[in-house]
Design a protein around this ligand. Structure first.
Ligand code: BGC
Length: 680
């Protein structure tokens, strides 16, 4: 039996000394744990916690979902701010807002007494049909990386661990517990891994969640190559890995330990005492293997202040007006104006008399009230929810009459889209259809015949087909799932209090078969295996390569004003090894109202020994401009920005020769172009 200690004795242990060096505290605690206690610490209990070791005063470490706010219990008794979906936050293209979100949600995690948030989810949006598209950020690795790094930094600014998930290639829900993603090394390096890697290198992420699926035949939780070789050894990750909930089901105890899986959640299965003892006795892993896994978990316990005086850790807060204002601001900036014929938006509140409000999502207070109909693990329970109709009513109060009869109205707004029911934008299965439900299409057609100014506001979290109805309506607004303040943010855009400035972070195809994953069953959803035959040609890289006209391209979004681009200047045309290239562009607000433009810089390798994308996003900046105001946007590029991953030599390579620098307002609206020559 190991010795029991009194509270006083525990307080005098070196690991309790907050002035001692972090690694010394870690080693001190690790050195006091018996082998059996290390087994015990390797798995969770009661869904969201690690087990305490009372003998040593080791407290439970608590982790809660999720990407859109903290959900502290499953029943919804504890309320918290419901932030907009990740796809909406991403559509702001504003890393500051991702940081603000992270910081605010970190404060809420702290306030409910937890230590880690199971977020952000940063899997690449490979297909519009993924049930979890709304929980992820984008199809582009660079944008993904910038937003993921900002989010992790925000969360961890509160000494709350971020848990970056789901590592990696968990890009569909169909067969998610068994499917093997068959993906090339180049696609991993160029598309699927960069954001994960950057959260370690640039944001010091304290935790990673493994994926349910296999990657090239091996489950994420026992994948030596992903966890041990890349994450830990190559990237220098100092945090701990946690299995997705029950993701260890078909794995082996010894393989998980050796791969570097620190924590099995939600309860002990592969890591229960019997399995651990047996695998250990059979030589399946050594105590050193286990020590490293436990050391990582303990390190994060110290990082979040689990053994520090409460006064020494940041103070939490929850459901504050500040957090609600951040939620609203993100939605206002994330809403994307997709179509606006004859400038039918914004509506002028002083001129318009009657608005008809229709559509199944007018009253949608996403998310629903029970977990199964609420998109899955990212649900949370806010103290209130402003539906689109609530938002309109509040704005129109005593000024504009709201009706349900389009023929009598000056304008009709249809709140269409999807919801978080299974088979729509929800975890657990993929979307059943790429179309809007047929009754919505009929409603749009019928209404458009009755009212000349029909505006569609979409509440959904993934691309949908619009071909059958888009030509009949005057405006389309993509409002996503906008969190608890959604209705106010939408009203603000509709009436022009907010000039829309969001842009799409993924391509909206005209039809599903245009999309790279939808070539055959082999490429989606697969069977035992799903083959990523498109390689690096994901999203706009595919549409460019095949010259397919999308419905709306990556990087697209309209504004109530217009912007002009002039004077592309490149400071050196011939560049060598460590040169930094400065690219500057003058962007002017050429319209009549203040607005924000997202200036995008893509590179294009003019001639390459292997096939490369027509263009790749390398920089962007969101600039705010008054009418007639001009700002000079300066981007700095380095040689790495010109490189590709060469499987022949297993490394990143830059080839000499010409590269085009393309600057524009979307991936299909390049306004200026210059050339540089890489000499070596
Ligand atoms: C999801 C994770 C989530 C976990 C805990 C899993 O089913 O894939 O994203 O964090 O459950 O709820």
């Amino acid at each position: 039996m190991s010795e029991k200690y009194s509270e006083d004795q525990i307080q005098r242990f070196p690991f309790m000394d907050k002035n001692l060096d972090l690694e010394k505290r870690v080693e001190d605690l690790l050195g006091r744990l018996t082998l059996e206690e290390k087994f015990k610490l390797s798995s969770g209990r009661r869904m969201w916690h690690t087990k305490p070791i009372k003998r040593l005063g080791v407290k439970p470490f608590t982790m809660y979902d999720g990407p859109h706010g903290v959900r502290a219990d499953t029943l919804g008794e504890i309320k918290s701010t419901y932030f907009p979906s990740a796809i909406c936050r991403a559509a702001t293209w504003n890393p500051n807002l991702s940081y603000e979100f992270g910081k605010a949600v970190g404060e809420e995690v702290r306030d409910v007494g937890a230590h880690m948030l199971l977020a952000p989810g940063i899997n690449i949006q490979r297909t519009p049909m993924n049930g979890r598209t709304f929980e992820y950020q984008t199809e582009d690795p660079y944008l993904n990386k910038i937003l993921a790094v900002a989010t992790v930094k925000g969360i961890q600014s509160q000494r709350i661990a971020a848990c970056v998930k789901h590592f990696v290639c968990n890009n569909q829900e169909t067969n998610r517990f068994t499917v093997s993603t068959e993906v090339s090394e180049r696609a991993l390096q160029e598309i699927y891994l960069p954001a994960f890697k950057a959260t370690v290198l640039e944001a010091d992420a304290w935790s990673f969640m493994t994926c349910y699926n296999k990657v090239n035949g091996i489950y994420g939780s026992e994948n030596v190559n992903l966890l041990k070789e890349r994450l830990i050894e190559e990237w220098g990750f100092r945090g701990f890995t946690v299995s997705d909930w029950n993701a260890t089901a078909s794995t082996s105890t010894a393989e998980c330990v050796k791969a570097g899986l620190s924590l099995e959640m939600p309860t002990a299965k592969k890591y229960n005492k019997t399995n651990m003892r047996k695998a250990f006795q059979e030589g399946g892993f050594t105590e050193e293997d286990l020590n490293d896994n436990i050391r990582r978990l303990i390190r994060v316990m110290f990082l979040v202040g689990l053994y520090d005086d409460e006064k020494a850790v940041p103070k939490g807060s929850r459901n504050t007006p500040e957090h609600q204002a951040i939620a609203r601001k993100i939605t206002e900036e994330g809403i994307v104006l997709l179509k606006n014929d004859n400038a039918s938006l914004p509506l002028n509140i002083n001129e318009i008399k009657k608005i008809a409000v229709l559509g199944p999502n007018a009253n949608l207070r996403t998310e629903g009230d029970d977990i199964m109909s609420s998109g899955g693990s990212s649900i949370n329970y806010p103290p209130y929810k402003i539906s689109p109709l609530d938002g309109l009513k509040e704005k129109c109060l005593n000024q504009v009459e709201l009706t349900k009869i389009p023929s009598e109205a000056d304008a009709t707004i249809i709140f269409a889209g999807l919801n978080h029911n299974p088979g729509m934008d929800a975890e657990g299965e993929d979307k059943k259809s790429f179309e809007l439900p047929s009754e919505q299409i009929e409603l749009i057609q019928k209404t458009a015949n009755e009212c000349a100014n029909t505006i569609i506001v979409l509440i959904n979290g993934s691309p949908i087909a619009m071909n059958s109805w888009i030509d009949n309506v005057s405006s389309v607004v993509e409002a996503w799932y906008g969190g608890m303040e959604a209705g106010r943010a939408i009203a603000s855009v509709i009436f022009g209090d907010t000039n829309p400035s969001g842009k799409l972070t993924l391509t909206f195809p005209k039809k599903l078969s245009d999309s790279p994953a939808h070539v055959s069953k082999r490429t989606f959803p697969g069977d035992d295996k799903v083959f990523y035959d498109e390689g690096i040609f994901v999203g706009y890289r595919h549409f460019d390569k095949k010259s397919i006209e999308p419905l709306f391209p990556f990087g697209f979004g309209l504004s109530y004003t217009s912007f002009s681009y002039e004077n592309l200047m490149i400071d050196k045309k011939k560049i060598k090894n460590n040169d930094v290239i400065k690219v500057s562009i003058d962007v002017t607000n050429s319209g009549k109202i203040e607005g924000k433009e997202i200036v995008q810089l893509y590179i294009q390798d003019v001639k390459s020994s292997i096939e490369r994308p027509t263009k790749e996003l390398k920089r962007f900046e969101k600039v705010s401009l008054h009418p007639n105001e001009t700002k000079t946007v300066i981007f700095e590029l380095k040689k790495e920005d010109l490189s590709f991953y060469d499987e022949a030599v297993n490394s990143w390579v830059v080839e000499t020769g010409a590269f085009n620098i393309l600057v524009g307002s979307s991936s299909r609206d390049i306004r200026l172009q210059g050339e540089i020559d890489y000499l070596e």
